[in-house]
Design a protein around this ligand. Structure first.
Ligand code: ATP
Ligand code: MG
Length: 653
């Protein structure tokens, strides 16, 4: 063993499954006392202004920290900065010059990792920034990025930021058609893509999809990274190889002086509830929130190796797989491939090999590993882990504890971060040095942010009660500033309750400390015989049964009760579905929540329909049980699952 593992958490002696930071964790943490919340709440604008001064280098200081003209707001008005300068140049001037910025792990085991130091990354970014310029890209132009998890993706993003171009990354597992829709909406001028990449042992050709995606869009130039050396179609005068353009590119490019409110990027939401929205993030506020949330949520220190498993195509990949850690000067791990290639322990072998200390993933992945069993993580020494994170969906208690025990060895806090594409950075979660860490309870509002849980009429809920989660002014600096070309859609976020940002998520106030439990999307809440039932809470009850790995509950119409829950359940691989099991599950719900929550029907399925980001699409399940049209399914990862479920529920086309 390389070193003795440290216990970073301790159990609350009074309450089961409530954990607090150990003295070691407190001692090490950047923030370790409740006073930070108190200090921040005194004057939130002043608090963020202080963070902005300390965390970011500005070319010119702002005139006014915050200005609000609802539904619009600005941060660091007239402040000037460049985010690539903050992520690169300022580190290159220090000892961090030779520190690993990115450790890239390819999927094939016989291929070597690539390590880019801050200096390497800076040189590549400067060169690619000059390449973009020679392709005619100017400040404010949109550049599409359709790349898998290879370092060129961060290089391309930072190069755009360096010259003030707006990047719009599209998840590489999206089809050409989805790319095309987004590129048309963004009116991108240039696309950066790749010949292909490795995924689960297969060679995926991406260029053919990219070609479909370009059709009919304003894209004039395409830069193609040669990852595989495949034979791909290159259109003369339009398509260029990355390495050809980089060969003679100048390795220094002055960073563009950007206004704090200049657009940094556009990113389309996951599309769980409907058509994706092009969310607009602006430079200054985003940089400040990305820096401080990365630093405090994950307690990032120079010696850490931070692995955020989210694909760069999602906001989590943007903020914690690129900007946040790089702004902090941290070392990030980036992995190209699938978690189950060549075996079900690939992720854990990577954690062991590179000594990953901070690990951030999604409940969907955790539940997948639960299904595969403990033996896979057990093959590896995971003692380097210090902090675990989760994001994307409510995490059920079983999955939280499984993660805590089997990955964190019962030593590491689980930081359950609630946030959205729209919020740019995390907003509700426990901080490692402060705690508490409670399964299914995300935590408190990040210092300097302000949330409330309201009823329909806008009155705040009491502790223990559930309602609608909103954010109050001053809005967090990293929040969206608009929806691209769709201000009407933007205004909707602020039109449900006056002067408040409506999250579309349900929440329950947990305790006097200000902890909040997320209870699922508002659209998914059921009303059974007059009682409000949240999906997350009912799903949590069902997944606490030992036979169940994953579950989604939706409301079906009912003549007498109004609505009744229907549960779609995925079982552990060693459990067979049976009538007895259905009875047991119903009894289990009766005992955990009560008979009102009792599912009217339980449908067993090997796979729930999910978005490509791994979120359960309850909207589709709802349409299935209501026999309504299924709607847009382009963001669906596994369309076959829907077909199988149609037969199960007797859906008529
Ligand atoms: P769309 O808005 O297009 O339907 P989406 O909401 O899935 O897509 P994202 O911005 O990727 O797009 O996801 C944010 C949502 O994910 C949140 O609003 C919330 O419903 C859910 N979520 C994220 N993190 C958590 C968490 N820690 N706990 C509970 N829910 C979470
Ligand atoms: Mg959303």
């Amino acid at each position: 063993m390389l070193f003795k593992p440290i216990t970073w958490v301790k159990k609350d002696p009074e309450k089961s499954n409530v954990f607090w930071p150990s003295d070691e964790l407190k001692k090490r943490a950047w923030v370790n006392a409740d006073s930070i919340y108190v200090e921040a709440a005194k004057d939130r604008v002043a608090f963020w202004a202080k963070l902005a001064r300390e965390g970011i280098d500005w070319f010119k200081k702002w005139d006014e920290a915050y200005r609000e003209e609802m539904p619009y707001y600005k941060w660091f008005v007239n402040g000037k900065l460049n985010i690539s300068y903050n992520a690169l140049d300022r580190h290159v001037k220090t000892w961090r010059r030779n520190k690993a910025a990115i450790i890239w792990v390819p999927e094939p085991l016989d291929e070597k990792e690539r390590v880019l130091t801050y200096f390497d990354l800076s040189r590549e970014v400067n060169k690619f920034a000059n390449v973009l310029k020679t392709l005619g890209v100017k400040k404010g132009d949109r550049v599409g990025i359709y790349l898998p998890m290879i370092p060129e993706v961060q290089i391309a993003m930072l190069a755009c930021a360096r010259i003030g171009a707006i990047h719009s990354v599209v998840f590489s597992a999206f089809s050409g058609k989805s790319l095309q829709e987004r590129m048309l909406d963004a009116e991108a001028k240039v696309l950066v893509t790749v010949d292909g990449y490795h995924r689960r042992g297969k060679q995926i050709t991406l260029k053919t999809e990219a070609d479909k995606g370009i059709e009919g869009t304003p894209i004039q130039k395409v830069v193609v990274v040669k990852r595989m050396g495949m034979d791909v179609n290159m259109v003369e005068g339009r398509d260029y190889w990355w390495h050809d353009l980089m060969k003679n590119a100048d390795s220094s490019c002055e960073p563009e002086v950007m206004d704090s409110e200049d657009i940094l990027y556009l990113l389309y939401t996951s599309g769980t509830t409907g058509k994706p929205k092009g969310v607009e993030h602006h430079t200054g506020g985003y940089a400040v929130q990305a820096y401080w949330t990365a630093k405090w949520d994950f307690d990032l220190h120079d010696e850490d190796v931070f692995w955020c498993t989210a694909d760069i195509g999602w906001v989590t990949g943007h903020t914690y797989g690129c900007y946040g850690p790089l702004l902090c000067g941290a070392t990030m791990l980036e992995y190209e491939g699938a978690p189950n290639h060549p075996q079900l322990d690939r992720w854990w072998s990577i954690v062991e090999k590179y000594g990953v200390s901070v690990f951030y993933t999604a409940p969907t992945a955790i539940r997948m590993f639960m299904q595969w069993g403990e033996k896979w993580p057990r093959k590896h020494n995971l003692n380097s882990l210090r902090i675990l994170g989760t994001v994307g969906e409510p995490i059920n208690e079983e999955a939280w504890l499984w993660y805590f025990n089997n990955i964190g060895g019962g030593r590491c806090p689980v930081i359950d971060t609630w946030w959205q594409t729209e919020t740019g950075g995390t907003l509700i979660n426990s901080l490692p040095g402060i705690g508490p860490f409670i399964p299914t309870v995300a935590g408190r509002s990040f210092p300097g942010t302000n949330h409330d849980v309201l009823d329909e009429s806008g009155s705040p809920m009491n502790i223990g009660e559930g309602g609608y989660l909103v954010q109050k002014s001053p809005f967090a600096p990293g929040m969206l500033r608009n929806v691209w070309k769709n201000p009407a859609r933007y205004k909707e976020y602020f039109s449900v309750y006056s002067e408040k940002y409506y999250t579309s998520d349900g929440a329950r106030r947990w305790d006097e400390l200000g902890n909040i439990r997320l209870t699922g999307r508002v659209d998914d809440v059921m009303k059974v015989a007059g009682h409000r039932l949240s999906t997350a809470e009912l799903e949590n009850a069902i997944t606490s049964h030992e036979a169940v790995v994953e579950c989604a509950v939706v409301a079906a119409p009912h003549e007498i009760k109004g609505e009744v829950p229907v549960a779609f359940v995925t079982l552990r691989s060693d459990v067979e579905p049976s009538d007895q099991l259905i009875k047991d599950l119903i009894k289990h719900v009766d005992a955990t929540i009560g008979p009102t929550a009792r599912p009217d029907k339980i449908v067993f399925t090997n796979e729930l329909p999910k978005t490509r980001s791994g979120k359960i699409m309850r909207r589709i399940l709802k349409s299935l049980v209501r026999n309504e049209p299924i709607g847009d399914t382009t963001t669906l990862m596994n369309p076959e699952s829907v077909q199988l479920l149609k037969d199960e529920v007797g859906y008529k086309e």
